[in-house]
Design a protein around this ligand. Structure first.
Ligand SMILES: *Cc1c(COP(=O)(O)O)cnc(C)c1O
Length: 375
C-alpha cells in the first residue's frame, strides 16, 4: 500500500522489485572487493513530501537515476542533508545497525537546520529495514573482516523554483553500498594538515548539521592538505582560529600519557558523531578518565613535543577509528607516537577500535543496547 501513511501511521513501503537484479556472479565480484561507495545494491528507498500532502509514495524500487528538474532547489541552493551508517552481518547470519536511533535523531536536527521536513524517526529506521530486507544478499558475509553494507539516507529539495525559500517539494531516499575494510591491511596512521586559512563551520552556521554544503565548503582545504602531502585536514574554530574542531568528516581525540582521553567539546559547530559518543562511553567503561573540553592547536603540538599526548585518533562511521601519526602545518610538522611498534597504532587507539568493532559485529554481548536488528 502506498500513499496511505499519515503522521500517526508507520510508513508502508510499496515494493517495486526489479525484474533484472544483478546476478550472483556480478554480486559476488562486488562483495569480494567492495571498496567504498562505488557499487550500489539493486534497490533504493524513495519517499516524497509536499507541503500540502506531507509524506507520501514511500517505496522500495530499482536503484536508478532520479528524475529531477534542472530548476530543483537543491541544485542551486544546496538544501540537502544526509546520514551515514552501516549494516553489519553477525556470525548467525542476522544483520544489525549500530545506534540507528542516533542517526534518525540527528537527521531530524539536520532537517530543522536546513528547513526540511522531519522524517518520523521510527520511519527512518523503517526505511533502512525495508531496504536491507529486500537487498539482504548484498550485506557482505562475516569472516571477511570489517565489511558491511553502508547505508546512505539523504533528503533533497526537489521543487522546481528559483526563488530562495524552503522548498515545498522534497525527496527522502536511502541507497546502500557494500563497504570493504577501510584499512585493507589493518589500521594505518594517517597524516593531518592543520589549516588556519579555511574554516569549516561558524557559530550559528550549519556545522552541527550533516549537510552537503559543509562538505562542499571543505573540499578546497582537503585539496590543500593533499598538496601539502597530508591525507586529511583538521579545522580550527572560526572566531579565534585556535580551538580544534574536527577533521573534515571525523571527530578528533587525544590520549594523554596518564590515560586520559580528550575530545573537543561540542561547540555548536562540531558534528556530534555517533562514533564519538560511543568512543567516550567505551573509554569510560575501560577505566579511562574522559574530558570533553576546548583543545587548542598549540596544546596538540606542545603535548606531542613534551610527551604529554601519546596518541591521536579520529572517529567516524566509515573508518571507525583512524590513528593519526603525523600533524603538519604551514611551518612545521610533528610525528605522533612510536612508529616502530604496532605499525604506529597506539595501544589505547587499538583497544578502543577493537572494542567498538567487536560490539558492532556481535562478537561480544551488547550490554549497552546499541544494536537494532534490520534483517
Ligand atoms: C558524519 C560526520 C562525522 C562522524 O559521525 P559518525 O556519526 O561518527 O559517523 C564527523 N564529522 C562530520 C563533519 C561528519 O559529517
Amino acid at each position: 500500500m502506498s500513499g496511505g501513511a499519515t503522521t500517526t501511521d508507520a510508513w508502508d513501503f510499496e515494493l517495486e522489485l526489479r525484474s533484472d537484479p544483478a546476478g550472483a556472479e556480478a554480486r559476488t565480484a562486488v562483495l569480494d572487493k567492495p571498496g567504498f561507495g562505488q557499487a550500489f545494491t539493486d534497490h533504493m528507498v524513495v519517499a516524497s513530501w509536499s507541503a500540502d500532502r506531507g509524506w507520501h509514495d514511500q517505496k522500495v524500487t530499482a536503484f536508478a537515476p532520479l528524475k529531477v528538474s534542472p530548476a530543483a532547489a537543491v541544485l542551486h541552493y544546496a538544501q540537502e542533508i544526509f546520514e551515514g551508517l552501516k549494516a553489519y552481518r553477525h556470525e548467525d547470519g542476522s544483520v544489525w545497525a549500530f545506534r540507528p536511533e542516533r542517526n534518525a535523531a540527528r537527521f531530524t536536527r539536520s532537517a530543522q537546520r536546513l528547513a526540511l521536513p522531519p522524517v518520523p524517526e521510527q520511519d527512518f529506521i523503517g526505511a533502512l529495514r525495508a531496504l536491507v530486507t529486500v537487498d539482504e544478499v548484498w550485506v557482505p558475509p562475516t569472516g571477511t573482516g570489517e565489511t558491511s553494507l553502508y547505508l546512505r539516507p539523504y533528503m533533497i529539495a526537489t521543487e522546481a523554483a528559483l526563488s530562495v525559500r524552503p522548498a515545498n517539494e522534497v525527496l527522502f531516499g536511502v541507497i546502500a553500498s557494500p563497504a570493504g575494510a577501510y584499512f585493507e591491511t589493518g589500521p594505518k596512521p594517517v597524516s593531518i594538515w592543520l589549516t588556519t586559512s579555511s574554516i569549516r563551520a561558524t557559530p550559528g552556521g550549519t556545522g552541527a548539521a550533516k549537510c552537503g554544503g559543509n562538505y562542499a565548503a571543505s573540499l578546497a582545504a582537503m585539496a590543500e592538505a593533499v598538496a601539502n602531502g597530508c591525507d586529511q585536514v583538521a579545522f580550527v574554530d572560526a572566531v579565534e582560529h585556535r580551538w580544534l574542531e574536527e577533521i573534515g568528516s571525523m571527530n578528533l581525540f587525544f590520549v594523554q600519557a596518564d590515560g586520559t582521553v580528550v575530545t573537543p567539546e561540542l561547540s555548536g559547530s562540531i558534528l556530534a558523531g555517533v562514533t564519538r559518543s560511543s568512543v567516550l562511553d567505551l573509554a569510560r567503561d575501560l577505566g579511562h578518565q574522559v574530558e570533553e573540553r576546548r583543545v587548542s592547536a598549540d596544546e596538540w603540538r606542545d603535548g606531542v613535543r613534551s610527551g604529554k599526548i601519546t596518541e591521536v585518533f579520529a572517529s567516524g562511521t566509515a573508518a571507525v577509528i583512524t590513528p593519526i601519526g603525523r600533524v603538519a602545518w604551514a611551518d612545521g610538522d610533528l610525528v605522533i607516537g612510536d612508529h616502530t611498534v604496532d605499525h604506529g597504532v597506539g595501544p589505547v587507539t587499538a583497544t578502543l577500535r577493537k572494542t567498538l568493532l567487536d560490539l558492532q559485529y556481535g562478537r561480544v554481548p551488547d550490554t549497552h543496547g546499541w544494536l537494532t536488528r534490520l534483517a
